[in-house]
Design a binder for this molecule. Structure first.
Ligand code: GDP
Ligand code: IMO
Ligand code: MG
Length: 421
C-alpha cells in the first residue's frame, strides 16, 4: 500500500505550490486538494502560457493525471466553472480527469456578502480576506448549516439553498452593508447545473483505494502554515487547517498513511493581507523584493508585503508539519542582493526567543544573521554543483537550522527553471 505524499506552504502562502505540484505531477497519478478554496491562487508557467488555478489541483495540465477536489475544500461553482473553461481552452475536455468530493462545502453568493460585510465592519482590524466567502462557509460547515456538493443532486436542493440564503439575509441585516446578489445568484445557479457533468464522488474511498492499489497520490496544500486556523497568526489567518493534519481530515487519509511531506518556502518571505510579519521590510529593500519578485497577489492583485526569510517561523512550520524535505523557491529573486539577511531569533521585551511565540505582533524584533549575496544570475543553472558558493552556504545554513534537506531549488517561474538535488 502506498502512502500519500504532501506538498504544502510553510510561510504565509504564495510560496510557489502551483509550480512545484506541476513539476512533480509526472511522478504521481493523482493530485488532490485538501483544504481552502478560491482564496488560493496557484500559478503555473509553461510553453509561454501563464495559468492561475484557484480550486482545481495543479496537476490538471499533465496528461493522464487524475485531479481530486477533496472534502476539506470549499467551492464557489462560478469561480470553479470559469477556471474549468480557461483550462479547457488550453487542455481540451477535462471532464474525466477532475473528480469532486460530495462532502466538499458550497460557497453561496450570500457567504461572499457576509465575508465582505464582516470585513467592512472590522474597519482597521480587518483580516485582509480575499473576500471569496471562505470564513462564512467554514463557519456554516462547523455550525452544521452548510450545503455540500452531494446536496446538489437532491430534489430538496433549491429549498435548502433558499432556506440558507434567507438565514444569511437575516445575518446581513445586522450590518450596515449594501448588497445585491441578483446577478451573481443567476450565474451561481447556472454554474451549479454546469458542474453536474463532473463526477461527484466519495473521495475518501477513491483516494484510499488508489493508495491500496499502489497508485502514487500527491496532496496539494493551499495557503501556508502561518495562515493555519490553529497555529497561524490568529485572527489574521484563513479558516482551515493548512498543515499536514489537514490532509487527514480534508481527504480522509489516516495519519499513518502520510508519506513524504515536502515543505515549500521562498528564499525570502511575503505576506498579503493584515497581521504579524516580524521580518517585514518597509524600506527600499522591501520594495526591491516586491518588484524583482513580482510580488502581487495571484487572486486579488494586491501588493504583497515583503521581508527577509524568517527561520524562527520556518522551524515552527517544519516541526508541526513533520516536513521531511524542503523546497526553496524564487532563489533567483535574490540574484542582485549584495547582502542577504535571515532572522534566527526574536527579541521580545529584551529577551531572546528561538521559537515562535503566542505574541507575534509588533513587539517582536527579529535578530538577523547576515550572508554575502551571490550577486550573479542563477536562472540558467540546472545542476546544484553549478550554484555559486554563497548560495550553497545559504542553503546549508537553512538545512542546519531546520534539520531538513533542501531537495529542490527553484530559479525562475517556468516549469523548466528548477534544480533537483
Ligand atoms: P502559490 O500560491 O504557492 O502557488 O504561489 P503563487 O502562484 O501565488 O505565487 C508564486 C509566484 O512566483 C507566481 O507568480 C509564480 O509564477 C512565481 N514563481 C514560482 N517559482 C518562482 C521562482 O523560482 N522564481 C521566480 N522569479 N518566480 C517564481
Ligand atoms: P495560496 O494558496 C496568500 C490570506 C488573505 C488574508 C487571510 C484570510 O495562493 O498560497 P481568506 O480569504 O482566507 O479569508 O483570507 O489569508 N490568504 C492568502 N494569502 N496566499 C493564499 O493562498 C491565501 N489565501 C488566503 O490575504 O490575509
Ligand atoms: Mg498564491
Amino acid at each position: 500500500m502506498k502512502k500519500i505524499d504532501v506538498v504544502l506552504g510553510l510561510q504565509w502562502g504564495d510560496e510557489g505550490k502551483g509550480k512545484v505540484v506541476d513539476v512533480l505531477t509526472p511522478d504521481y497519478k493523482v493530485i488532490a486538494r485538501f483544504q481552502g478554496g478560491p482564496n488560493a491562487g496557484h500559478s503555473l508557467v509553461f510553453d509561454g502560457d501563464h495559468f492561475v488555478l484557484h480550486t482545481v489541483p495543479s496537476g490538471i495540465f499533465r496528461k493522464d493525471s487524475v485531479n481530486v477536489i477533496g472534502n476539506g475544500v470549499v467551492i464557489d461553482p462560478v469561480i470553479l466553472m470559469e477556471e474549468i473553461r480557461a483550462i479547457e481552452q488550453k487542455a481540451g475536455d477535462i471532464t474525466g480527469k477532475l473528480l469532486i468530493s460530495k462532502r466538499a462545502h458550497l460557497i453561496l453568493p450570500t457567504h461572499r456578502m457576509l465575508d465582505a460585510a464582516s470585513e467592512a465592519a472590522k474597519g482597521k482590524g480587518k483580516i485582509g480576506s480575499t473576500l471569496k466567502g471562505i470564513g462564512p462557509t467554514y463557519m456554516d460547515k462547523t455550525g452544521r448549516n452548510g450545503l455540500r456538493i452531494g446536496d446538489i443532486l437532491s430534489p430538496e436542493f433549491k429549498n435548502r439553498y433558499e432556506a440558507l440564503k434567507q438565514k444569511h439575509f437575516g445575518l446581513l441585516a445586522q450590518y450596515d452593508f449594501q448588497y445585491d446578489i441578483t446577478d451573481y445568484e443567476k450565474q451561481w445557479l447556472q454554474a451549479v447545473e454546469d458542474l453536474k457533468r463532473f463526477p461527484f464522488i466519495e473521495s475518501e474511498l477513491v483516494v484510499n483505494d488508489y493508495l491500496a492499489k499502489d497508485v502514487p497520490v500527491l496532496a496539494e496544500g493551499a495557503q501556508g502554515s502561518m495562515l493555519d486556523i490553529d497555529f497561524g497568526t490568529y485572527p489574521f489567518v484563513t479558516s482551515s487547517n493548512t498543515m499536514t493534519a489537514g490532509v487527514c481530515t480534508g481527504l480522509g487519509v489516516a495519519p499513518n498513511r502520510v508519506g513524504k511531506v515536502m515543505g515549500i518556502f521562498k528564499a525570502y518571505c511575503t505576506r498579503v493581507g493584515s497581521g504579524p510579519f516580524p521580518t517585514e521590510l518597509f524600506d527600499e529593500t522591501g520594495e526591491q523584493l516586491r518588484q524583482i519578485g513580482h510580488e502581487f497577489g495571484a487572486t486579488t492583485g494586491r501588493p504583497r508585503r515583503c521581508g527577509w526569510l524568517d527561520l524562527v517561523a520556518l522551524k515552527y512550520a517544519v516541526m508541526m508539519n513533520g516536513v521531511s524535505e524542503l523546497i526553496m523557491m524564487k532563489s533567483d529573486v535574490l540574484n542582485t542582493f549584495k547582502t542577504i539577511k535571515v532572522a534566527v531569533a526574536y527579541e521580545i521585551g529584551g529577551k531572546q526567543l528561538d521559537y515562535f511565540p503566542f505574541e507575534s505582533g509588533e513587539e517582536v524584533k527579529p535578530v538577523y544573521k547576515e550572508f554575502k549575496g551571490w550577486d550573479c544570475d542563477i536562472t540558467g543553472v540546472r545542476k546544484y554543483e553549478d550554484f555559486p558558493q554563497e548560495l550553497k552556504d545559504y542553503i546549508a545554513f537553512i538545512e542546519k537550522e531546520t534539520g531538513c534537506p533542501v531537495k529542490i531549488i527553484s530559479v525562475g517561474p517556468d516549469r523548466k527553471e528548477i534544480v533537483l538535488r
